[in-house]
Design a protein around this ligand. Structure first.
Ligand code: OAD
Length: 249
């Protein structure tokens, strides 16, 4: 406990002194809101095979099955509210124009909490894009219908099949998002919160930040592959630890 308190104090000091602060978040940040994580005991990848649901091949094979899975997740997320972790992080981005938030989460709870300068590396479950990749359509458009109608969503430009505007396994991330995330690794403090840190390129951002001299910290319920390489690893729930940091700042 004493060590935990000391680490928390160190992190608070570093955050207080930082001009450029970057926070990378993952599913653990939304867990307290009721959004399932991917690799935990009840995680989505414990019940489903990613290859059957989150790849372009899966969508090409059976778009209805993939859409049903995303419609189910949209219904869960629609019932969820941002928690203390989202609120604290949003507050930091509002108060500090050099604070940047990079998330792997597609639930948009950071958006709903009012976060500024947010990079959504894996897209949004509330946005769609054209599966055919037709040129004139806006690249993505918002669709917040819950539940989704029986007919599969269509592209407003070409009438072809629409898809969730999320990044699937085997797909490239949007170039602008990657650039913004890489730019955000030039910072004084880089904090990784609620992510198992196994999916690249997000998992590599921490190393990039460290190489550029950032002080690095992790907040997670468990040890991850990043824990041994950060300056401070704090075991605890994101909503509690970020709440405690905010109270101490
Ligand atoms: P994971 O499910 O892999 O990891 C969630 C992490 O959050 C774990 O390390 C948990 O220990 C931690 N955790 C759970 N509850 C927490 C809490 N209340 N406070 C703090 N930590 C908590 O989720 P991600 O790391 O986000 O990608 O997964 C990365 C990517 O893999 C996802 O964006 C998704 C997935 O496959 C795609 O779909 C492309």
């Amino acid at each position: 406990m004493a060590q935990h308190d000391q680490q928390l104090d160190t992190l608070v000091e570093r955050i207080r002194a930082a001009r450029r602060l970057t926070v990378l978040t993952g599913a653990g940040v939304s867990a307290a809101s009721g959004v399932p994580t991917f690799r935990g005991t009840d995680g989505l990848w414990r019940q489903h095979r990613a290859a059957d649901l989150a790849t372009p091949q899966a969508f090409a094979r059976n778009p209805r099955l993939v859409w049903e899975w995303y419609a189910w997740r949209r219904e869960i997320v629609a019932r969820c509210r941002p928690n203390r972790a989202h609120e604290v992080l949003a507050g930091w981005t509002m108060r500090n124009p050099h604070c940047r938030l990079v998330t792997q989460n597609v639930d948009d709870l950071h958006v709903r909490a009012g976060s500024q300068r947010l990079v959504r590396l894996h897209g949004s479950i509330w946005e769609l894009s054209c599966w055919e990749g037709c040129a004139p359509s806006p690249r993505t458009w918002r669709d917040e219908r819950v539940p989704l109608p029986d007919a599969l969503p269509a592209c407003p430009s070409c009438g072809g099949l629409a898809r969730p505007a999320v990044v699937w396994f085997g797909e490239s991330l949007e170039r602008d998002d990657v650039e913004a995330a890489l730019e955000a690794t030039a910072c004084d403090v880089f904090l990784t919160v609620g992510t198992s840190a196994v999916v690249y390129p997000a998992a590599g951002l921490l190393d990039d930040a460290r190489r550029q001299g950032a002080f690095t910290g992790e907040i997670n319920l468990e040890d991850t592959s990043a824990s041994s390489s950060v300056d401070v690893a704090i075991r605890g729930a994101a909503e509690d630890v970020l709440g405690a940091i905010e109270a101490a700042l």
